[in-house]
Design a protein. Structure first.
Length: 55
């Protein structure tokens, strides 16, 4: 006879909490992505500005 294995089955599902945590993590990741994008864009603009000054 096989053993019964319980994998941490939750007794309550907190839907609102799950949604709030998911939205918060998504917003943090989105802001980090955009901040990185703006940093790359700024460095590229500075590079091309310097390149155009040398001509």
């Amino acid at each position: 006879m096989g053993h019964t294995v319980y994998h941490g089955v939750a007794k309550h599902v907190y839907f609102n909490k799950e949604v709030a945590v998911g939205l918060t993590l998504g917003l943090i990741a989105g802001v980090a992505w955009k901040w990185n994008h703006w940093g790359h864009r700024q460095s590229q603009q500075a590079y091309y500005a310097e390149l155009s000054k040398k001509r």
